[in-house]
Design a protein around this ligand. Structure first.
Ligand code: URA
Length: 232
């Protein structure tokens, strides 16, 4: 990202209410010369992303904060090469504060296992961090309010591959306007990161006949993921 684009990104975060910003060390190197006196900039490594979970846990940027039990930030390996992004917490996630722990989560764990990926090898998050009442789809203003958290997670984790689970995730990041099946297995690029879209595990529970195409998607993801080598 060049400095100009980076400044715009900072503005976006500021407008959405984020006041403290954390950077990976390599990013900080690029901007540090212009930012020497900015005391708000602090260093964060992927390994202490947990501090952010704590820090944002009382978020009240949208109306979902009034009905949620937990702000469900994300779980997994902060140094992951692959990040999975779902829609938002359901009842089980709201109860526990962890992503994908209910029925859909159990299926997701099995789907990953089927392609030889352990769940704690990847990082898993959602478009929105608080449960919408009755599991309704998130409203646009809720997605907008919450998106900076996800953008920051992506920035910190810097995955080499992203897998979007379901239509809400795909629409929120790519504003897709056709049916999800038109986007499967064709990589898109989100902020330069190779991104695949597949069915949400909840959709697979509702429509088991989608499991076959989902398996085809997963094999593609597996091949790309296994071909990755961590940069040093
Ligand atoms: N569905 C999601 O999209 N995310 C979760 O964390 C759980 C269910």
């Amino acid at each position: 990202m060049n400095i100009q684009a980076f400044k715009q990104y900072l503005e976006l975060l500021k407008l959405s209410g984020i006041q403290d910003i954390y950077f990976k060390n390599n990013l900080l190197k690029e901007i540090e010369p212009n930012q020497k006196n900015n005391s708000k900039i602090s260093r964060i490594t992927p390994n202490n992303i947990k501090n952010l979970k704590e820090k944002y846990s009382n978020c009240s940027k949208c109306k979902l904060s009034t009905s949620r039990n937990h702000f469900v930030y994300g779980n997994g390996n902060p140094n992951a090469d692959m990040m999975l992004i779902g829609e938002g917490p359901g009842a089980d996630e709201d109860k526990t504060g962890n992503v994908f722990v209910g029925k859909a989560g159990q299926l997701l764990t099995k789907m990953l296992k089927a392609i030889n990926i352990e769940r704690d090898e990847v990082y898993i998050s959602n478009i929105i961090k608080c449960r919408p009442p009755g599991n309704r789809n998130p409203h646009n203003d809720e997605v907008e309010a919450c998106l900076p958290y996800l953008l920051e997670q992506i920035e910190i984790i810097s995955p080499k591959l992203i897998l979007l689970l379901g239509r809400v995730a795909a629409i929120s990041l790519f504003h897709i306007d056709q049916t999800l099946k038109n986007y499967r297995q064709k990589p898109l690029y989100f902020q330069g990161i190779k991104t695949y879209i597949t069915y949400h595990p909840s959709a697979l529970l509702r429509n088991p006949h989608w499991k076959k195409p989902a398996w085809v998607d997963l094999q593609k993801v597996r091949d790309d993921y296994k071909g990755l080598t961590k940069e040093t």
